[in-house]
Design a protein around this ligand. Structure first.
Ligand code: PLP
Length: 372
């Protein structure tokens, strides 16, 4: 390998996910498969649900992993929780908020949005004011960690306000789960989804998700069935629940891997994991400063993500040329900008397994060959 990290076999993935993976995940992936209807496999499913409750910080019975990437978590949550003509509010300050807006339109909801510039987050009090002005509101959706910009959205007060209303609070925690504090029950989050390939450091392909009783009641009282068969929670719940009725062939080896990834997380401890992400984020920013580079998120006004650092591409450096050199010459992947930030920022992932000083050192050692 052309990078100096001896503990990984391949390329060093310092982009917005997937991350590199622990040896324990590799051995879980290469195990002999079990049938998705084998009682031994059901014990693994039970264990996954229980570990997911711990990382989501919830007691929600309906907590499981959708077969599919993070986007399947979004589809699972929104196709079940939104009906035609429902009034919904989507917070939009980057690519992933816009995707939820797009899906809400496809579901024929009456969609309102609040927008902030890419790289900025929302003042919670202003969101609550907007919610108060919408008495028929059925759902509010927000991204906790906007991976396209690197900004953190505070959500606790919005959730606590929505607890006393009929509206559902939906949170995209694809990048945030196990990298930054997320208290589903305490913060009044009714449904929340994530992805396996970010801070959990399991390959892409599963979307952890949780629904509370308020969300389940909304789904139970739907006037029309979910137009998606694959994502119909009313059916899938009979596989992940006690009945164990076949719905689709669960991706068994990916679930072995997720089980292992969750066990690694819980062995480390959530608080320690948050602390590790935080301290490596500080370390990254110190090296960034030494390299004469500037973060994209204005940290005086907004909180940046500890697991995803967005950086302004310095003048005179060609985005794709530099990323290609990092990949071809050093086997190091870094991410480019999306949408309006394409060619203007890079996105560096220091998530889960990859949140390590050694990896950050290697990244800057190679990056500075080209920028100074
Ligand atoms: N939401 C956020 C915040 C993301 O960062 C991503 C992917 O990067 C997604 C949703 C979509 O996840 P996936 O690409 O795994 O389908």
């Amino acid at each position: 390998m052309k990078n100096n990290i001896k503990t990984i076999d391949g390329k060093l993935l310092m982009g917005p996910g997937p991350t590199n993976i622990d040896r324990r995940i590799k051995s879980a992936l290469s195990k002999e498969p079990l049938s998705h209807l084998d009682p031994d496999f059901f014990s693994i499913l039970d264990n996954i649900s229980s570990s997911l409750r711990s990382v989501f910080q919830t007691n929600n019975k309906v907590t499981f992993a959708v077969s599919g990437t993070g986007s399947s978590g979004m589809e699972m949550a929104m196709t079940n929780l939104i009906e035609e003509d429902d009034e919904v509010l989507i917070l939009k300050n980057g690519e992933f908020g816009s995707r939820m807006e797009n899906l809400a339109h496809r579901l024929k909801a009456r969609v309102s949005t609040m927008s902030a510039k890419w790289g900025e987050s929302f003042e919670q009090s202003l969101v609550i004011e907007k919610i108060k002005s919408m008495p028929n509101l059925k759902l509010v959706a927000v991204v906790q960690a906007e991976t396209s910009t690197g900004v953190l959205q505070e959500i606790d007060l919005i959730g606590k306000h929505l607890k006393n209303t009929d509206a559902i609070f939906l949170v995209d925690a694809v990048t945030s789960l196990t990298g930054v504090s997320l208290k589903v029950d305490e913060w009044g989050i009714d449904s929340c989804f994530s992805g396996s390939q970010k801070c959990l450091s399991v390959p892409p392909g599963l979307a952890p998700i949780t629904f509370n009783e308020k969300a389940l009641l909304k789904i139970k009282n739907r006037k029309s069935p979910n137009s998606s068969w694959y994502f119909d929670l009313k059916m899938l719940i009979n596989y992940w629940g006690e009945e164990r009725v076949y719905h689709h062939t669960a991706p068994v080896n990916m679930l072995f891997a997720l089980n292992e990834g969750l066990s690694i997380c819980l062995q480390e401890g959530l608080e320690k994991r948050f602390e590790r992400h935080k301290s490596n984020s500080k370390y990254f920013l110190a090296l960034l400063d030494q390299a004469g580079l500037k973060p994209f998120v204005n940290q005086k006004k907004f909180k940046d993500l500890p697991m995803l650092k967005s950086v302004i591409i310095p003048e005179g450096i060609k985005d794709i040329e530099l990323r290609s050199k990092m990949l071809i010459n050093h086997d190091i992947e870094i991410g480019g900008g999306l949408g309006p930030t394409k060619g203007y920022i890079w996105r560096f992932g220091i998530m889960g397994f990859n949140s390590k000083k050694e990896f950050i050192d290697e990244l800057f050692k190679k990056l500075t060959l080209y920028i100074n």
